[in-house]
Design a protein around this ligand. Sequence first.
Ligand SMILES: [Zn+2]
Ligand SMILES: [Zn+2]
Ligand SMILES: [Zn+2]
Length: 146
Amino acid sequence: MTAETPEQLFRKTLHARGYRVTPDRLRVFRHLLARPQPVAVAELADALQAEGTHPVTVYRVIDCLSALGVVHPVLLGSAVGFELSAPFRAHHHHLWCRGCGRLFDLAECELDPVIRRIEEVHHLKVEGHELTLEGLCDRCAARSEA
Ligand SMILES: [Zn+2]
Ligand SMILES: [Zn+2]
Ligand SMILES: [Zn+2]
């Protein structure tokens, strides 16, 4: 048995929730799949306009995919980017330098024990989380001291 590709899983998710697989939804999904880092909706709209998707449609598709949990927002200072959620790509966190804007993926997630404890205390089943650590990289820190 071969594993499902992210796109097959995406088509299945849309069907299961009663949504049609439209060319616009597929384009947004494929674009995000090809991008290693979060993308601002305005930038996504720009990129997809060339492929025939109206910018307003891109905003609507992002709303729809957010509601379905396929994508989630990542806050970088006052900017917001979107990226695919697990299981469409591996669960990870971010490390962001607010000086130069470099963004690093953190593959390891050590929050599970903390979340289990919080669930017990608050009697609430946690379904997801998002974490971005921010600061200054060595280069930017040295520059700000100079
Ligand atoms: Zn990411
Ligand atoms: Zn930096
Ligand atoms: Zn995590």
